[in-house]
Design a protein around this ligand. Structure first.
Ligand SMILES: *[C@@H]1O[C@H](CO)[C@@H](O)[C@H](O)[C@H]1NC(C)=O
Ligand SMILES: *[C@@H]1O[C@H](CO)[C@@H](O)[C@H](O)[C@H]1NC(C)=O
Ligand SMILES: *[C@@H]1O[C@H](CO)[C@@H](O)[C@H](O)[C@H]1NC(C)=O
Length: 204
């Protein structure tokens, strides 16, 4: 009884350990190294030959990428109702002042990505600045009534509109966001009475 159970266990553990190491060194490490090398190569090539490309799309932003730049695969929509008639011009003005022109302490635009869209380059997604960025393309009166749904003038129509807007493709060569303004909007209050004279803002 030279080889007892403890010894067999020990050998098994060694074999498992060795196998795990082999997998790591033979497959994972080369794959990771190759990926890093390729990414660095793409970064250098993009800097040299595509000065129009800004940086890699990274982090949370990657979860919003579709198969093509126009595809609307993942979206976030927020709605806001405010009193009175607020025009698209007024909202554009406020947006321009408080968001688009906002710079950080280094003098860089804080919300630069609002004027950028993404393109594929060598298999990677890059930010690219819309050279003819125009806020009117993004902040505008609700204009999907000719394309998908009628104007969302109350909550039932809004539900239908949101379903459709979620699936609406983005325009080519424009940043993926929009702020749609709809006046008039009749919101139901908690007591089920209709509150007229309100403006609906849909942010996607
Ligand atoms: C709508 O609301 C605005 C501001 O709250 C007010 O100035 C305007 O007179 C109202 N219009 C109507 C038709 O009630
Ligand atoms: C809301 O205001 C805008 C601009 O101030 C105006 O052009 C538009 O006619 C108004 N809408 C209504 C329904 O009164
Ligand atoms: C932005 O677009 C609007 C509407 O299409 C146009 O009237 C305006 O002149 C454009 N502004 C610039 C700076 O191109």
């Amino acid at each position: 009884m030279v080889f007892g159970i403890p010894f067999v266990n020990h050998v098994m553990r060694l074999i498992i350990f060795a196998t795990a190491q082999t997998v790591v060194y033979l497959f994972l490490v080369p794959i990771i190294l190759a990926t890093i090398t390729y990414r660095t190569y793409v970064a250098v090539v993009s800097k040299l030959f595509r000065p129009d490309l800004d940086s890699f799309v990274t982090g949370l932003d990657t979860s919003f990428l579709g198969n093509t730049p126009e595809e609307s695969s993942t979206n976030v929509i927020c709605c806001l109702v405010v009193n009175g008639n607020i025009s698209e011009y007024r909202i554009r003005e406020m947006f321009e002042e408080r968001v688009i022109k906002l710079k950080d302490s280094k003098g860089d635009f804080v919300y630069k990505k609002l004027s950028q869209y993404w393109v594929r380059f060598y298999g990677y997604s890059f930010w690219k600045t819309d050279k003819s960025f125009n806020l009117s393309n993004h902040v505008r009166n609700y204009d999907y009534d000719n394309v998908i749904t009628e104007k969302p003038t109350d909550e039932d129509k809004l539900k239908k509109a949101i379903e459709d807007i979620l699936r609406t493709p983005w325009k080519s060569y424009q940043s993926h966001w929009e702020l749609l303004v709809q006046y008039p909007f009749n919101r139901k209050s908690s007591s089920e009475t209709i509150v007229p004279n309100q403006t609906l803002l849909i942010f996607r």
